[in-house]
Design a protein around this ligand. Structure first.
Ligand SMILES: Cc1cc2nc3c(=O)[nH]c(=O)nc-3n(C[C@H](O)[C@H](O)[C@H](O)COP(=O)(O)OP(=O)(O)OC[C@H]3O[C@@H](n4cnc5c(N)ncnc54)[C@H](O)[C@@H]3O)c2cc1C
Length: 430
């Protein structure tokens, strides 16, 4: 089957949705997702979303982001993200997103490596609050159509330009979607790992397809391991214990229930300290105590974590919980410029699958939802500003409809390894 649209967006997380919503309403937009529309990591985000509180916080926010990223960040991207943050929050509020308030203004929380509280939150389900509002709005828009359980397996390339995608539906039927513009918003790569906080269907497909078509990929080995997920012997997605519990006072303890690290150091440093401690203690976890946090705060700020731990047999108001690091976030990705344009004309990438350099080597907590939204909107504005149709029509032949095939997961793993070796060699030379 062949379909035709103006813009095809792959992925219905915050990146895909916000891009679609910011495209002009006279453009026909087709959004596709590999799973159900709500099955995205954007729905899982707990801690919150950063914002520039006021001008006096600019230098400190900028420095915190750069320091967490080991100064490998792209300063231009960091500046754009911070400067755009207030506007993005205003957009969200207009769409009905509710953030915690105090004294008539926003309430701010704090997470590791932030020198000040500057994170807006909605209980411990900020991602659900934001993304469900975006999804509701997208479903209301006449020009946006959402197709679920449709897996993008390739792009249609003509004369070096991207002219749409090829995808497979639940029944294995292949469809070619031709479009003037294509936006990859396919999220992270957690599905490649045994222990991850991500949905397992997020396997970096867009990275594999981009690689096949010669797009540039950056820093594929920059993968964030979150220090604290609830330890479990059951298989499947790891349940995150948000960093904001440590921001609110929770402590990390060794087997003897003694502190062994400053809990608010950057994620990579805390993760490293936990791994060392696990080895010393000869245990597959360390302890996290939420008891320093008032019971009232636990129940109002972290109701989801409280409930989930209770279901797993732990009352966090009275006892420690076992925690272990797990794969969490992909800082690398498809190289894009500050408008989220990839190195292939007419192909954009936004959100976790893209790399505009905001996060450097290590992401500062609660910068990813913000980065995703800021750069998804920039992609939409650039695409929206171009009113010219491509000069030629695309004929999709049977071969293009077959998709690029091959082992996508292995292709991404190989790229991670290639990038790891490159950095190793580069660091040895430096
Ligand atoms: C447990 C958890 C907690 C988090 N907490 C926070 C937080 O507090 N603050 C913060 O800023 N960030 C947080 N993050 C990170 C943040 O949620 C993500 O980085 C961000 O939401 C990514 O958005 P996205 O749109 O790029 O991808 P996602 O929201 O993951 O969406 C990806 C979409 O692509 C689709 N897709 C993938 N491959 C294909 C394919 N081949 N064909 C079709 N569709 C495809 C998926 O089905 C999905 O719809 C958290 C992440 C997790 C996992």
């Amino acid at each position: 089957m062949n379909l035709k649209t103006d813009v095809v967006v792959v992925g219905t997380g915050a990146g895909g949705l916000f891009c679609a919503l910011n495209l002009p309403r006279d453009r026909e937009v087709l959004m596709v997702t590999k799973a159900g529309a709500e099955d995205s990591d954007s729905f899982l985000a707990q801690g919150g979303i950063c914002v520039l509180k006021d001008e006096s916080d600019y230098d400190s926010y900028f420095e915190d982001t750069m320091r967490a990223g080991h100064y490998e960040n792209n300063p231009e991207s960091v500046d754009i993200m911070i400067r755009s943050s207030r506007g993005i929050i205003n957009d969200l509020v207009k769409l009905g997103v509710e953030f915690e308030k105090e004294n008539g203004g926003f309430a701010f929380t704090r997470e590791g490596a932030h020198s000040k509280p500057r994170i807006l939150f909605h209980e411990d389900i900020t991602g659900r609050e934001i993304t469900s509002r975006l999804l509701d709005e997208a479903r209301r828009r006449q020009n946006i159509k959402i197709t679920e359980h449709f897996t993008m397996v390739d792009i249609i390339e003509k004369n070096g330009e991207c002219r749409g995608i090829v995808g497979r539906d639940e029944n294995g039927e292949m469809t070619a979607v031709t479009a003037d513009y294509t936006v990859f918003a396919t999220g992270g790569i957690g599905g490649l790992f045994e222990n991850s906080t991500n949905f397992p269907h997020l396997t970096g497909d867009a990275v594999a397809v981009a690689l096949k078509h010669g797009a540039e990929i950056l820093n594929a080995d920059y993968i964030q391991i979150h220090p604290t997920t609830l330890y479990s012997e059951k298989p499947g997605r790891r349940f995150l214990i948000s960093e904001s519990v440590r921001g609110e006072g929770a402590l990390l303890l060794n087997a003897n229930k003694e502190r062994f690290v400053n809990e608010l150091l950057p994620r990579d440093v805390v993760t490293e300290a936990i791994y060392k401690q696990m080895e010393k203690d000869n245990k597959p976890y360390v302890w996290l105590s939420m008891q320093p946090i008032p019971e009232e705060t636990i129940k109002t700020h972290f109701p989801n974590i409280y409930k989930h731990c209770l279901e797993e047999g732990y009352d966090v108001t009275k006892e420690c919980i076992p925690v272990v690091p797990a794969q969490h976030y992909f800082m690398g990705g498809i190289k894009v410029n500050s408008s989220s344009r990839t190195t292939i004309p007419r192909l954009y990438a936004v959100g976790e699958t893209a790399c505009n350099g905001v996060h450097g080597k290590n992401r500062l907590a609660s910068n990813s939802l913000l980065e995703t939204l800021v750069f998804a909107k920039r992609a939409a504005l650039e695409i929206g500003a171009d009113t010219e149709k491509p000069a030629d029509e695309v004929e999709v032949d049977a071969e293009s409809r077959r998709g690029c095939g091959g082992d996508y997961k292995q292709a991404v793993k190989d790229e991670i390894e290639r990038s790891r070796k490159y950095h190793e060699q580069h660091n040895n030379e430096a």
